[in-house]
Write a protein that binds this ligand. Structure first.
Ligand SMILES: [Fe+2]
Ligand SMILES: [Fe+2]
Length: 274
């Protein structure tokens, strides 16, 4: 069972700065013949405010010729506690119209893959409560399958007990609740996006994979805190067989190495965390 994870495509018909990377990505995916494609968010440049971005990008994904699942990123549905783009029921509804539910389960081989909406974490609303109950239930009902999580934002940058990193990783309070679940059910894999960095490591028996973006790299102008990982574009190829997994972060031929630093004023005139 071959699954391809892509992330942070940041596509839009109105802001086409990264659109040139879609065709090589789509061609490469077709050659890989995956059973499933998982997109870990920031599918769009600004689906949180521009519905056309969601419509256009969902159409592109449907054109891949492979089944796909997606979880939203901050640019798709807004973010918990964001000043100008808070995640809201209206934004979630728009996402769901074009991409389906923002949380899902896929049982493959002896694995249960669980995608969920990192933008709800710490939002404190009804939707977060529903998602928490759902997550506990689908993990409880996994029937002995190994568990893999797919979400946009990584749980942490350096250490699970690190303090608040702001925009970059899950806030400490929802993180600690997730870690209780992760430990109780021995989650084997946590796959995320958001950082536009490639990283693959094991911590306390759980493998963490940061999928690179296929759109752009993040340079010093974005003032990210120090973090591990490589500045490269690409995707992740998973082979699930029985209870085992092989995963490789790979380059995708033909991607242009855009840097957000060069176009941030045009693409995101407001800083994304403000
Ligand atoms: Fe992104
Ligand atoms: Fe993001």
């Amino acid at each position: 069972m071959r699954i391809i994870q892509i992330s942070d495509t940041h596509l839009s018909p109105g802001k086409a700065h990264f659109t040139d990377n879609w065709a090589p990505l789509a061609d490469w995916i077709a050659q890989q013949r995956p059973d499933l494609v998982i997109h870990t968010g920031d599918v769009t440049v600004d689906g949180a405010d521009v519905e056309e971005d969601l419509r256009y990008t969902a159409e592109l994904l449907r054109g891949l010729g492979a089944r796909f699942r997606a979880v939203p990123g901050n640019h798709d549905v807004g973010d918990a506690g964001h000043v100008s783009q808070p995640v809201s029921e209206e934004r979630l509804e728009r996402w769901r119209v074009h991409f389906g539910l923002d949380r899902w389960v896929e049982d493959v081989e002896d694995w249960r893959l669980i995608g969920f909406d990192a933008m709800l974490l710490g939002s404190g609303g009804h939707e977060e409560t529903l998602q928490t109950r759902w997550l506990e239930a689908v993990m409880h009902d996994a029937g002995g399958r190994r568990i893999a999580w797919f979400l946009h934002r990584p749980l942490f940058l350096g250490r699970p007990d690190e303090s608040d990193t702001g925009y970059w990783s899950v806030k400490p309070q929802p993180r600690s609740l997730l870690f209780q679940l992760l430990r109780r059910h021995a989650v084997a894999l946590v796959a995320s996006g958001h950082l536009h960095k490639a990283h693959d490591f094991v911590r306390d028996g759980t493998r963490y994979i940061w999928a690179p973006s296929s759109a752009f790299l993040v340079g010093p102008a974005m003032k990210a805190p120090p973090m591990p990982g490589e500045n490269r574009l690409g995707a992740v190829v998973y082979e699930f067989g029985g209870r085992t997994i092989e995963a490789r972060i790979v380059a995708v031929p033909g991607l242009s190495r855009h840097w957000i630093d060069d176009v941030a004023q045009e693409v995101y005139p407001r800083r994304p965390d403000k």
